[in-house]
Design a protein around this ligand. Structure first.
Ligand SMILES: C[S@@+](CC[C@H](N)C(=O)[O-])C[C@H]1O[C@@H](n2cnc3c(N)ncnc32)[C@H](O)[C@@H]1O
Length: 234
């Protein structure tokens, strides 16, 4: 239910993705945030609260931040970042959309979260293995399949030694090209995290809710093994 959006908004997201995909696959996000003019109902993924799978994971794992560092990738309107800050993490949250980051800052003027405009594909080398918790929720699936390997290769090195990567995403059962956006991930695509030195610790599968058509979602917890990241063979 919480991912169901009006048909018109879904169509707008698809149209923007189709029009801008070849020129600049990430430009459509800023267009969408800008055209929403502060109305979060125009942002199909905006829940305006912590993602329930993140909340459940925090409850199950009894994870507390206690000052450890967390990075939220493609933070959107900032609700997950704010929730992690309340759990005691020292949070950095970034998004490629200037408008989204300005919106986070307006929504949470007294926040302890360090909100930044940044592109996942060109992050500062200083962030290499820096974060105890990296949250990737629904950003990989929002980017075209052709970029997948590049995106995964940009996420994995952000996790600190003995740190955690939490991925919340739609998945698909095979490697055929999916319809999108969002473009669900395959097991083969997810396996690239393992090739890059992460270990899968826990996977929870969420099947479609009655209002959603055949949507499969997963929450996967990875940890970085002590020998560190390796590079995928070509
Ligand atoms: C589907 S939304 C998910 C937002 C948020 N994670 C959530 O679950 O509500 C994907 C987000 O990733 C951002 N994004 C897309 N490409 C990005 C990139 N290359 N670097 C940083 N953020 C990006 C978009 O602007 C958008 O806010």
């Amino acid at each position: 239910m919480f991912e169901q959006q009006p048909e018109a908004i879904q169509q707008k997201v698809k149209k923007l993705a189709t029009e801008l995909q070849k020129v600049n696959p990430t430009a459509r996000f800023d267009v969408l945030y800008s055209e929403a003019k502060g109305d979060a109902r125009q942002i199909p993924w905006a829940l305006l609260r912590i993602h329930p799978y993140l909340q459940e994971w925090l409850d199950i794992s009894q994870r507390k931040g206690e000052g450890s560092t967390a990075l939220v990738i493609g933070c959107g309107l900032g609700d997950d970042a704010e929730a992690l800050a309340k759990f005691g993490f020292q949070v950095t949250a970034f998004d490629i959309s200037t408008k989204a980051i300005a919106w986070c800052q307006e929504r949470f003027p007294n926040s302890s979260v360090n909100y930044l405009v940044a592109d996942l594909l060109t992050l500062d080398a200083e962030w290499h293995r820096k974060f105890d918790l990296v949250l990737e929720s629904r950003t990989i699936q929002a980017l075209p399949v052709e970029m997948r390997s590049q995106v995964v290769n940009c996420i994995a090195p952000l996790v600190a030694n003995r740190g955690t990567l939490l991925v919340i995403t739609r998945i698909r059962d095979n490697d055929s090209i999916p319809d999108g956006p969002p473009w669900a991930l395959s097991d083969k695509e997810l396996a690239e995290f393992i090739k890059l030195g992460l270990q899968e610790v826990r996977r929870d599968l969420f099947l479609s809710e009655p209002s959603e058509k055949k949507i499969k979602k997963v929450r996967i917890e990875y940890s970085l093994n002590e020998s560190g990241l390796t590079h995928a063979s070509p």
